[in-house]
Design a protein around this ligand. Structure first.
Ligand SMILES: [Fe+2]
Ligand SMILES: [Fe+2]
Length: 249
């Protein structure tokens, strides 16, 4: 469903009760999508606020699914403007909402930035938003940010994987069953947005062990399929690249 023809913002239910709100921007040649995910439940949750300047059109899209006042959780993977820029606008629009992120994210940025006290989740911490149990996984520097984490919806096996598997392009389908690694590796080659962390391999293996059937990417299509296999392939690709770097030294 297109919710704004001018901005080309659209909303699609990519898993049961999981709505992808996507706006393309011409920030790179060919365009680039910025996605937020709205999870409908007794305590609705928004993962990524989108840019502050996009707030009116993100709000318009959310209101097509549910009244924004119902939001109870507003957070994201790591502290950058596409993840948290509109946080205070959402806290104002939804008076019962609590901001959330990783404990480190709350410590370093969110509690200073947010208009009210935020909740920092610890690694492996689970919480209920009604009929669903969510699990927070702390993934420092993967793909970037000391504060980085991802959120797993155990009821639909949806991994809200933030900037992992970022794909360029403005006109990608909301959901694809075709692998997204080739496109995301092209993006990684172009922008080098990964931190070169020692813990990348065990972190990706940990995410794979969740066995997600949906990878809800913040940029590009959401991927429906064997998420574990794709995460392991990503891990192997990064390792091969790293060993290539070492052998060149
Ligand atoms: Fe990021
Ligand atoms: Fe991002």
């Amino acid at each position: 469903m297109v919710t704004n023809h001018e901005s080309r913002t659209r909303v699609d239910e990519v898993a049961s009760g999981v709505y992808r709100i996507s706006t393309p921007l011409d920030v790179i040649p060919g365009g680039f999508t910025f996605n937020s995910y709205l999870i409908a439940d007794d305590e609705p949750l928004l993962f990524h606020t989108g840019y502050r300047t996009l707030f009116p059109i993100t709000l318009e899209a959310i209101n097509k699914v549910m009244p924004v006042e119902k939001l109870r959780w507003v957070g994201g993977s790591h502290f950058e403007s596409d993840e948290f820029g509109a946080l205070n606008q959402f806290l104002e629009a939804a008076s019962a909402a609590t901001a959330f992120g990783s404990e480190i994210g709350v410590l370093t940025s969110i509690n200073d930035f947010a208009s009210r006290t935020a909740r920092g989740f610890g690694d492996g911490e689970e919480f209920s938003i009604g009929s669903r149990r969510m699990k927070w996984l702390y993934t420092p520097h993967v793909p970037h940010g000391w504060d980085c984490g991802v959120l797993f919806d155990q009821s639909t096996s949806t991994l809200l994987c933030g900037d992992l598997f970022t794909q360029a392009g403005a006109n990608l389908p909301p959901v694809t069953a075709s692998e997204v690694l080739t496109a995301s590796e092209a993006m990684r080659g172009m922008m080098d947005y990964y931190a070169h962390a020692l813990s990348t391999t065990p972190i990706l293996e940990r995410l794979a062990s969740l066995d997600p059937s949906m990878l809800a990417c913040q940029h590009g299509s959401a991927y429906r399929g064997d998420g574990a296999a794709l995460l392991r392939e990503l891990s192997n690709t990064i390792e091969r690249g790293n060993s290539g770097l070492q052998s060149n030294n």
